[in-house]
Design a protein around this ligand. Structure first.
Ligand code: PLP
Length: 847
């Protein structure tokens, strides 16, 4: 026997219907006035329900709502929020076209966005960490900026783990079932009000998929769900857990996300122009798009591949190769063989797209890279790492030329800025920053009086500390701890002390315990009589990660053994709520990854916009963010390869910075009742990080670097009825047939004959065998590299036929710089599209 869930709508007084409607839009969770509106109704209940506005209105007593419906003050505030929301929805986004005309977005510019996770709010546990929070912030900014985006994801029954620390200091985890009917999400229904479902095939079984929708301001986010009665128990469980460990189930999730979302797009009757893959998990959508275009539109594989490339944007986030999604080739084959063979493509021909040299593994990001003309890493440093990591995909190209761009991450300011700081922004900056990416908006930060910034910071810190104390007391009470212990710990942390947070996933490369390297020295710093310091840790270890869990235990043991429980605190169950409290309330944000392991990181940005100063290894976004005045850089380990040396020197650098600089500035209140130089740094941090690392800036960059050029190109291709694609296919056939025969016979280069100095020209002639192919199909180029990332490609001019089928080309290189430089001569197809998507068609002179 089982009782079936049914949803019963609560009774809502007529005058509060708009409140009920507001509760279903995620806008309500980030707009400060909307949050305050809900908070004033019953702050304790609202907090207890994880700030979930929907559940809140379902749990509150009807009498209370009736009373509110007669409360003039409340109704006035409700009307204000409602009007603000209506205005917000009316805002029309625009962009500047190539001729600097202002063009309003319209429906035809639709961009579909795909992500395995979305971190929108603590009441919607559809995320595990940074990737999801980034996707959530991205969608929110798209709404703010009026950019036409539609998102797709999976609806997980259990979401991600909840973390508990047991009495031994060891992490335990629990998965809590989501009750979707009490959350800001709705089933998508058809005209007869029936939930929309559709059927798809994964391997050999039928999968019924139900669609859900979350309204994020103006943006619809659709979620696919297999937990419905018409599915077998096995199929139901596909959407149980985010990042499920079972490899078959993981592929099934990813096929559901990729192929399922493309089918959903058809059912929803929408037509995206651009497809943006946030990480490789959704790469199977490429197969579904191939199917659609080849079977319905009767296009060839080559033509379809090009159209997909022109309309696909891929963002890579994972700087460690093993962390990138991959499966055994044979396993993948069992899942995709039918689909691929239906298209009359040999399975091996297709699999090549996901293989890296000699590997038996199929890599989803490789597939995504091959089918995306626009791909990017998430910080400048991560671009370098990504280019090196995926080099093999780009055949014989030099590292510097690999077409992986970078668009550094950002954060959605409204979601992470404290209430109090937002009020200051409203007064000094005005409301434009809510919709726009304009960097000059932020210059006013300098004008904000120091004491206002300090007052806000103090308030937030007190708020954070009482948040932590309440949590700890709740937990101890629930555990039945003795009252002496409870009262002892109910006063931990002191709002006057310099407070440092380390909050991130407990993966070993993040080195949560770096600061514990020399425990005696750390204890001295923490317990300094004049300049005390306290530490707050938070973060989850992956359930299978024993080492990560040991790190948590090490911190908790340190606090106990060194009698520092009032100064070193581990805050359980890091999530968006905990993150928000921490980034708004501490003084210093500590970040100690091993350099090159962090793609970007965003928590430091959230902290920075609130005036929290970053103390971080120069990794991820920080090399772009750090300017010498807005925080500190940990650099001492960069000289060493050896990990122990790195740990030793970097820990020592952190201690010295704390002892000699950070605490000095923080506790120096000469000439004022607040630390003047500290506040100065806070303002530098707020200004520089709001300006360069807000999500609107990031979206703007995606638009102008990827979406806009892709849209223009897709429009052109369609207008010409794919003429250029046809030409591509034609030329590819010719090149493919002849390629193995073509070669550069010799070159005559002034570089080899005389000394050339900077500013001078060096002449190079190349003699190329083209096997009677039309020379206009081939480009002969000098590749000249004057530093690690700086290069020039010089097109060589056809001069004359030299002898039978050998042609002479020539060009001058203008020399830049001096010292050791590099060059080579190459041939490649002259058709750019052909060159870009077929890196195997490059031949160099010096091999
Ligand atoms: C911002 C955020 C992250 C990502 O932060 P990192 O800087 O990458 O560690 C992870 N989890 C939560 C809950 C966040 O809010």
């Amino acid at each position: 026997m089982r009782l079936k869930d049914i949803y019963i709508k609560p009774k809502i007084p007529k005058k509060l219907e708009k409140l009920f409607e507001l509760s279903y839009n995620v806008w309500t969770t980030w707009d400060k006035d909307a949050v305050n509106l809900f908070l004033r109704i019953d702050p304790n209940l609202f907090r207890k329900l994880n700030f979930n506005p929907v559940e809140f209105l379902h749990k509150i007593e009807y009498e209370k709502l009736q009373k509110l419906a007669e409360d003039k003050g409340f109704l006035y505030e409700l009307k204000n929020v409602w009007d603000k929301f209506s205005q917000y929805k009316k805002y029309r986004g625009y962009y500047m076209d190539k001729n600097d005309n202002k063009i309003y977005f319209d429906k035809g510019d639709l961009i579909a966005y795909f992500s395995m996770e979305y971190g929108l709010h603590e009441s919607l546990p559809l995320y595990s960490g940074g990737l999801g929070v980034l996707a959530g912030d991205f969608i929110k900014s798209a709404s703010d900026m009026g950019m036409p985006i539609v998102g797709f994801g999976l609806l997980y029954k259990y979401g991600y783990l909840n973390q508990y620390i047991n009495e031994e200091g060891y992490q335990e985890e629990e998965y809590v079932e989501n009750r979707w009917y009490l959350k800001p999400i709705k089933e998508v229904r058809d005209k007869e009000n029936k939930p929309i479902t559709f059927e798809m095939k994964i391997k050999n079984y039928k999968v019924n998929v139900k669609l859900w929708k979350i309204e994020v301001g103006k943006i619809p986010l659709y979620f696919l769900d297999t937990d419905i009665a018409t599915n077998s128990e096995y199929v139901k469980s596909i959407t149980d857990y985010l990042y499920v460990a079972d490899r078959d189930k993981r592929i099934e999730q990813e096929i559901l996300l990729g192929q399922g979302a493309i089918q959903a797009i058809k059912i929803l009757n929408i037509e995206p122009k651009i497809y943006h893959l946030n990480e490789g998990h959704s790469a199977f959508l490429i197969i579904e798009r191939l199917k659609k275009m080849m079977m319905e539109d009767k296009l060839s594989y080559e033509a379809t591949k090009q159209i997909i490339r022109e309309s696909t944007v891929f963002t890579t986030h994972t700087p460690v190769i093993e962390g990138n999604e991959h499966f055994d080739k044979d396993k993948i084959t069992t899942y995709i063989k039918d689909d691929i063979e239906k298209l009359e493509i040999k399975i091996d021909t297709f699999l090549v797209n996901g293989l890296i040299e000699n590997s038996t593994k199929f890599w989803l990001p490789a597939l995504a890279l091959k089918f995306s003309k626009y791909s990017n890493a998430v910080s400048k440093l991560h671009q370098e790492v990504s280019k090196k990591m995926w080099k093999e995909i780009y055949g014989e190209l030099d590292y510097s030329e690999i077409p992986i761009d970078y668009i550094t991450n950002g954060v959605h300011i409204q979601s992470w800025l404290s209430n109090e700081m937002a009020r200051i922004f409203d007064r000094y900056i005005g409301p434009d920053y809510l919709h726009m990416a304009d960097k000059s908006l932020w210059e006013q930060i300098e004008d904000i009086p120091d004491d206002e910034i300090w007052a806000v910071h103090k308030t937030r810190k007190e708020h954070l500390i009482s948040f932590i104390r309440n949590r700890i007391v709740d937990k101890l009470e629930a555990r039945g701890a003795p009252s002496t212990k409870i009262s002892e710990l109910s006063n931990i942390l002191n709002p006057e002390y310099l407070t440092i947070a380390f909050a991130r996933r407990f993966a070993t490369y993040k080195r949560a315990n770096l600061i514990l390297h020399d425990k005696e020295r750390l204890k001295k710093i923490l317990t300094n009589g004049k300049k005390p310091v306290q530490l707050i840790f938070a973060g989850k270890a992956h359930s299978a990660d024993k080492m990560g869990k040991e790190l948590i235990k090490e911190i908790i043991d340190f606090a106990k053994e060194y009698d520092l429980e009032d100064k070193v605190v581990f805050l359980e169950n890091y999530d968006i709520n905990v993150a928000r409290h921490l980034v708004q309330g501490v003084d210093v944000w500590l970040n100690t990854p091993l350099k090159h392991m962090e793609a970007s990181g965003t928590s430091g940005m959230k902290a920075g916009i609130n005036g929290v100063l970053n103390l971080s290894v120069l990794d991820g976004w920080w090399p772009e963010g750090y300017n010498g005045e807005n925080g500190w850089a940990i650099t001492a380990g960069e000289r060493y390869q050896n990990i122990d040396m790195k740990n030793e020197t970097e820990a020592n650098q952190i201690y010295s910075l704390l002892e000699e600089e950070i605490t000095e500035i923080y506790y120096d209140k000469t000439g004022a009742y607040y630390p003047k130089n500290w506040v100065k740094k806070m303002k530098k941090s707020i200004y520089s990080i709001c300006k360069d690392f807000n999500m609107h800036r990031m979206l703007d960059e995606y638009f102008y670097k990827s979406y806009y050029p892709a849209m223009s190109q897709i429009d052109l291709l369609e207008e010409s009825n794919h003429k250029e694609i046809d030409e591509y296919v034609k030329q590819k056939d010719i090149i493919k047939e002849k390629w193995s025969k073509l070669y550069i016979k010799f070159i005559d280069s002034e570089f080899e004959k005389k000394d050339v100095s900077t500013g001078e020209n060096a002449k190079i002639d190349a003699y190329v065998y083209l096997d009677n192919i039309d020379p206009s199909l081939i480009s002969v180029e000098i590749f000249y590299k004057y530093d690690e990332n700086g290069y020039k490609v010089i097109d060589m001019e056809f001069l004359e036929k030299y002898e039978d089928s050998i042609l002479k080309f020539t060009a001058d290189v203008e020399v830049k710089g001096y010292g050791l430089e590099q060059y080579n001569v190459r041939i490649r197809p002259s058709h750019d599209m052909l060159f870009e998507s077929n890196p195997e068609f490059v031949k160099w002179y010096f091999e």
